[in-house]
Design a protein around this ligand. Structure first.
Ligand SMILES: *Cc1c(COP(=O)(O)O)cnc(C)c1O
Length: 401
């Protein structure tokens, strides 16, 4: 017999990951979620349809019943949104075609209210930095450190944005302290690296949580998407912007992301154990100048080498030299050449992105196989004069917490 989901019953994250967004399936006589690829939906009652369109246009509330057109909503994507909201502990979530489309929608919601100023802390993912810094959407950014946030806020500030752990240095900020400094200005935390398995920013005072779903949420390197988890009021603005600008997630991507969520806790925890072991070994390796690994843990590791980072990238065999992260297989890349190339050199360096920094996304392979590959690739990069590219003295060989 089918039992209704009772939201008052607390369920653990691992349980939510496999059940959220799927509560109605048994009543539908289904096990796997259905994939609805429709772009349009039939309706013989034009008056009722007009009323539903008016309702959506004025409120941004999700439509009752089938969507009118796929740019308004999609039932498969809605399952992914419901599940992600549950994992992040928010009322709602709104999905987009990519992480950048998601950030764009957030900025447009605020700009449409005349709040065009953004306060942000570096480093951010390279393209997020670029989107803000180039003012492509008519926004203006003030870069500051966490201690300077309160002072940087102006009457027209619409958003404070941080990434923690940050791409690519894994630098962390104190979300609670920053949320306090924001006052009534919404704080957006890009939670792509930690995922809700390791950190739930809304519980610490953030109003908006952004994910590049392309990374851990999808988890297999075969789907691109973005999602914003937030309160229902902000979600309504996002749905209106998504409808008007069209950055919708394809339903097949929604299907794959929902499937990805079901293994998210297992993948993140397993890869984190391997990452922590690789950090331990890298931290005592004489070819490695510095290792970055965040307190929150996770499967991302960054490290600076004494030798030429290009030789390390050219030397890997099991590990894939590629941008992106969060897949089941291990990837390594050179932020100064790839993920953060679009950030001006001076801005990159002052944000702590050294030219010798490598960023590795640890996957689910066996730790010994990964270490064997890493250590042979490091041997391909003979150490020159020990130094960091910012000219400072040789840093200590320790994991920077
Ligand atoms: C990749 C990434 C993004 C951008 O997401 P896309 O899905 O590539 O558009 C944003 N933030 C972080 C932290 C990322 O790693």
């Amino acid at each position: 017999m089918y039992m209704d989901y009772d939201a008052s019953t607390p369920r653990a994250l691992a349980t939510e990951a496999v059940h959220a967004g799927r509560e109605d399936l048994a009543a539908l006589g289904l096990h796997a979620p259905p994939l609805d690829l429709s772009t349009t939906y039939p309706s013989y009652d034009i008056r009722a349809e007009a009323a539903r369109i008016d309702e959506f246009a004025t409120t941004g509330a999700r439509l009752d019943g089938p969507p009118v057109y796929a740019r308004l909503d999609n039932p498969t994507t809605a399952r992914f949104e419901d599940a992600l909201a549950r994992l992040e502990g928010t009322d709602s979530a709104v999905a987009f075609a990519s992480g950048m489309a998601a950030l764009t929608a957030v900025l447009l919601v605020r700009a449409s209210l005349g709040l065009r100023h953004v306060v942000a802390v570096r480093p951010l993912y390279g393209c997020s930095d670029h989107l803000l810094n180039a003012g492509l959407l008519g926004t203006e950014v003030t870069w500051t450190d966490p201690a300077g946030i309160a002072e940087a806020i102006r009457p027209d500030t619409g958003l404070v944005m941080v990434e923690t752990p940050a791409n690519p240095t894994l630098a962390e900020v104190d979300i609670r302290a920053i949320a306090h400094a924001c006052g009534s200005v919404p704080l957006l935390v890009d939670n792509t690296f930690a995922t809700p398995v390791l950190q739930r920013p809304v519980e610490e005072g953030a109003r908006i949580v952004l994910h590049s779903a392309t990374k851990y949420l999808g988890g297999h390197g075969d789907v691109m998407g973005g999602v914003v988890a937030c309160d229902e009021e902000f979600a309504r603005g996002l749905r209106q912007v998504r409808f008007a600008t069209g950055g919708v997630l394809h339903p097949l991507a929604g299907y794959l992301l929902l499937r990805g969520l079901s293994t998210l806790p297992v993948r993140v925890r397993a890869a984190s154990v391997t990452a922590a072991e690789l950090v331990r070994r890298l931290a005592t390796d004489p070819r490695v100048a510095r290792v970055h690994y965040p307190r929150v843990g996770g499967a991302m590791v960054s490290f600076e080498v004494y030798g030429d980072p290009h030789d390390v990238i050219a030397g890997v065999r099991l590990i894939t030299p590629a941008v992106s992260l969060g897949s089941v297989d291990t990837l390594i890349q050179h932020p100064a050449s790839i993920s953060h190339r679009i950030v001006a050199e001076g801005d990159r360096r002052s944000a702590g992105v050294s030219d010798r920094l490598l960023r590795m996304s640890v996957g689910l392979e066996d730790v010994e196989d990964l270490w064997r590959d890493l250590t042979q690739a490091l041997s391909a990069a003979p150490a020159g004069t020990p130094r960091t590219t910012d000219g400072s003295a040789s840093p200590s060989r320790r994991a920077v917490r």
